[in-house]
Ligand binder design. Sequence first.
Ligand code: ADP
Ligand code: MG
Length: 249
Amino acid sequence: MTAKTIVFAHHKGGTGKTTSCISVAGFLAKAGKKVLVVDLDPQGNATSGLGIDKNTVDISMFHVMNKTLNIIEPILLNTRIENVHLAPAHSDLMIAEIKDESVLRKALIGARNSYDYILIDTPPGNHNLIMNGISAADHVVLTLDPGIFALEGIGDFNDFLNKTENIDLDFMPDMIILTKAQSAFLKKADPAKEIRNELEDMFMKNIYIVPYSIDIYESQKKGLPVSHSFPKGNVGKAYKKIADDVLKL
Ligand SMILES: Nc1ncnc2c1ncn2[C@@H]1O[C@H](COP(=O)(O)OP(=O)(O)O)[C@@H](O)[C@H]1O
Ligand SMILES: [Mg+2]
């Protein structure tokens, strides 16, 4: 078994990276796949979103990223979700001294033999952590919220990535998810449809749309991804479709 590794990235916060990461993880697990979620965000939202209390975490991605540990296995936790394991994050990750962008990729080498999928959730704004996530990944999933600022943010994101001198990255996401789409957006008359068209032209890819729903808030309160709290709701169905297509990557 060699895990396919997928990173959820966008340098801005609030675009739906974490929600997408743990929801896809949940649906992949439901499809019988063994999944590891790597929480690369010091905020630890993927950690809490999978029902783990951050305050109980002793060893975490901090120790992997500052190379106290050279492998990720010692920090891995079971979650309440069958077939989903977690490499948890703690706020100290913010101050980890990270040598270069290959730290995570190297730490994952052994774990790739134990999982079908490794999904990496990245933080906003932290160049070292985002580049480590991208360097470790076979596929990049870009998440955007449909506000026009999110669209402007795509160019910014390219600039942001290209600031790394030792990586010549021709950035091309494998999947693009527009999250938190309001119902007006889903109707044809909405001006935000232009964003979708523009994105489809820019990336020549199908854009996945996830509707805005209270289900996400409710599932966060439960500490369960939507795959395991509201799988039949609008958001659940949208992420199920995305997970089905992840299986085809
Ligand atoms: N489809 C959705 N419907 C409603 N709220 C959502 C949806 N997706 C994400 N959210 C909410 O938006 C906020 C940002 O989402 P999150 O996944 O944490 O983004 P990021 O990880 O990119 O910062 C969170 O509070 C989350 O609960
Ligand atoms: Mg997040």
